[in-house]
Design a binder for this molecule. Sequence first.
Ligand code: UN1
Length: 498
Amino acid sequence: MEHTQVLQALGFQPHELEGGSLNVVSPIDGQRVAQVKETTVPQVSDAIALSKTAFKEWRTVPAPRRGELIRLLGEELRAAKSELGALVTLEAGKITSEGLGEVQEMIDICDFAVGLSRQLYGLSIASERPGHKMTETWHPVGPVGVISAFNFPVAVWSWNAALAIVCGNPVIWKPSEKTPLTALACQKIFDRALARFGDAPDGLSQVIIGGADIGEALVASKDVPILSATGSTRMGSIVGPKVAARWGRPILELGGNNAMIVAPSADLEMAVRAIVFSAVGTAGQRCTSLRRLIVHKSLKTELVAKLAKAYASLPIGDPRKEGTLIGPLVDQAALEAMQQSLENATAEGGKVHGGAPVHDNVPNGAYVAPALVEMPDQTATVKHETFAPILYVMEYDTLDEAIEMQNDVPQGLSSCIFTLNLREAETFLSASGSDCGIANVNIGPSGAEIGGAFGGEKETGGGRESGSDAWKGYMRRQTSTVNYSAELPLAQGVKFDI
Ligand code: UN1
């Protein structure tokens, strides 16, 4: 589909795409597709005020009824899947199948949140005092700010929004400046669900468009008790302390530097497929992308040869075209950062295969061949996350050494091991194994399902989103003791008779 057709299919009117100060450029061909109006800082204050009012009403709506709104959102997303997927492709440059996959991830979290709306379970706790009952219950918290990145321009919002809304909280979303149209399209889809739902308060989900100044306004506001931010570690290191300093709750999902250990018993054919998808899929622009390969020394030459062969045949080009597996990087700056990292790796003794910009048979964008880099050891460049398809390859001798290497980076998002050896697999998953939020066996580090909690440790920020009990991050916990006796005994046997 042409850019204009995609925008039309999503119901954009010309006035929404013209006259603003934010240029939207498609990474596919460098074409400017819109000039979107930006939200001002005073308008952010208005949005927060509206969100606060919406909260007062929404928190009293029974959770299963709140779930009904998310059920309708899931239906609307199913109906809009192909055009929203195409817009993700247009704005973020993902291949068609990955654009659609991202929308599927939104549908999945909606289904999860609908079930959750009847399962916001608390606890009943045994009291030490006769005639007393102790319980733990969960309550809504207030407006949730969501700051998201260009690379998953819609799914990350939905992980936060579906949970937050079911948990009784309104949402204010600041998408990346690179992907405002996908956010505006989601707002339209959400509005359709709202219209069918009937009686939700105004401002339950709002989008603010612009740069750091409006993100800052969201981060600074005491009226936004939860701030969920996805992006670079640098951004998180600014946002996290600011939110904490005002006693807000940050949920941070920051950089990753994900590794795979390939052990001697690994199914090599399967490992190669997993490596290629996770290292070059999404042009290496997932926070879960595979960036480091830690290979047993007995396999290294064979594996590098197999990978170099697989890399040589990967179709690079227009992400809309059937058969393309590698689309463009998001912009020229990303391509330059990649080239810089390759230069640095070379200076540190690395041997680079591939990695050059591609100009032939591709549109006018930042297209690049993925790079494999054999490294003598885990240098400073390897420890740094470059958001591009670079895979550093290092060798190991013992499993202990491999695990130490895997953990010896500042980030702690995702990790995996390829092995058919039970001892190795379980050691990798044990307390003395991978230190990451995600640890897999015989699959790559990317492409997680929404049912698990998503996030990681160390400089990845510690936040958890999406499945498992991540919903608790969007609620406040209340411990209650009810005395239904006619006595007033004190806990811990304390006597205080008056
Ligand atoms: C991200 O890159 O910020 O696990 C999220 C994955 C996807 C989500 C990635 N489900 O690769």
